[in-house]
Design a protein around this ligand. Sequence first.
Ligand code: R5P
Length: 290
Amino acid sequence: MADLDDLRDGTDFGGSAAPAGGFHLKGQAGQDWGLRARLSRVFDPADGKTVMLAFDHGYFQGPTSGLERLDRSILPLVPQADALMCTRGALRTTIPPENGKGIVLRASGGPSILKELSDEELAVSIDDAVRLDAAALAVQVFVGGENETKSIKNLTTLVDQGQGAGIPVLAVTAVGRDMVRDARYFRLATRISAELGAAFVKTYYVEDGFETITSACPVPIVIAGGKKVEEREALRVAYQAIQEGAAGVDMGRNVFQSEHPAAMLAAVRGVVHDGLTSSDAFDLFQTLSH
Ligand code: R5P
């Protein structure tokens, strides 16, 4: 039992209240405490930005280049990321629970690259997401795709489940091969995702009008890296996206398919968190590569 001697009444009640402070992420101030706490494990509260390392590709591609051995290619990169985007299989088999990163759990799946990719279902229960201490749940949305309504239903079902458990949902806008990747399309896909409850949205950078996508979307946007390009070009795209309102990057192939993944991830961090220009970030990449 606690010592009951010398119980003192509080007396220091003066002064104005400490500022309540706004939340560091667009459109999320009204969310529950737990959901905001989880978002804060994905987006650094110091600047509201994130560098997510995406290595969930195996859920439909199998052991693609750079991800043949997650233990060798991904584990060494974990300390440099703010958050890890992966499947529950990769998480349980390969990522140590003491990693300290926000886990953005891939929560949809079904078809492989051999089939129609938009035919996804939800692939993780909310109970398992809670067991895995997921900081967010990621679901693919195929606006304009063959299974548009089904994928939107996946999103809204996951949002309902996630809101109940305090877990935010990341909508990943997926574009069919024959569809135009322009600002008009991404304004549509990102806005639909946010209006239907996604707490943040992943999309691709477009050269013309990306700032109209970020400004019309009421929640944070992160960009996917896309297919592997030269490091200088990937850093330019990351820099432009941040300048034009993105809250971070969710980069996979342009990191783990680089010949120097750790140097690349450090350069991306420089762009996202340290205000490096793409040219300074490329210099950093080269320095760290040697
Ligand atoms: C794609 O379906 C996955 O969600 C990837 O995580 C995403 O595309 C980001 O990876 P990358 O930078 O390789 O495009």
